[in-house]
Design a protein. Sequence first.
Length: 242
Amino acid sequence: LPWAMQDFAAILKSPPAQKRKEPWRKTSGMHEIKSRYQLAIIRQLWQKRDEIASSIDLAPGRLLSDAVIIALAKSNVKNRDEFMKLGEAKARIRNEIQKSYIETWLETFLAAQSLEQEQWPELRSKSDSLPPVKIWKSKFPIAYAHLSHAKAKLSDIAINLNIPLENLIGPELVRKICFDQANEQLQKMSPALLSRVETQLRVNGAREWQIEKCSPALAESLGQAQPLPPSAPIQDETEAQE
């Protein structure tokens, strides 16, 4: 019960989920885009579509398909007739609501073409996310060793407590501590290291009971230079589901 009370209190205090940075980069078909100029067009069209869709309470994709945005970004249309000759536009701009915004999309497209190069987005977004675990073994071997030991130790703790490992501690938080900002350094077990791990857990939203149970195992894992031989390749949970 005390653990549950800590969980409930943490949920009540937790801030709203942060909005995704540059959500327009999730536009379907981005793999076809090769230049920053094209990205600028996609960004402007996506933002205008999102603004209008919100104002009329319509799903953005029902207002203007991602496929049309991508087709426009790859085109050099000059007017409405050329726009509507695009295969994706002919196929996907059909109902009256969609047709009523053709001039808006064309104006947004032409305005995006005139943006200065300094206003174009980068080809790759800057991300605070960790690199995929599948490359750690070759690119970050110390972090990989830390993670293999941490997963083993935490699995044992979860078994002893008779709870699922993901309830004991979130896998993303374990990876963050083991990766240690790509420092690739061994950490000798000490009160200072244990305190640092406890602080990292607390700052990242771990409950006090999780900190108590997990911090010694995590701190000990940061002193391991060689990975355990895994029974299965260490991977992200998202990769395992694909």
